[in-house]
Write a protein that binds this ligand. Structure first.
Ligand SMILES: [Zn+2]
Length: 60
């Protein structure tokens, strides 16, 4: 099953859709370059008990 999350890039304000892997842990944190403006974003993902992801993002 593929899960997707959406975040707003803090650099350019674009909505970015990212694939998420619930099997990689309940809490994940990683850096990803924005596909629109290529700026690095630190993405924090938390899955609740139903497997619903919530994302937060900050500038690196
Ligand atoms: Zn961006």
């Amino acid at each position: 099953m593929e899960t997707e999350g959406i975040y707003l890039c803090p650099h350019c304000g674009e909505e970015i859709v990212v694939p998420l892997d619930p099997c990689a842990g309940r809490e994940q944190r990683y850096t990803e370059d924005c596909p629109v403006c290529c700026s690095p974003n630190v993405i924090s993902v938390t899955f609740d008990e139903d497997g619903e992801p919530s994302l937060s993002v900050e500038r690196e």
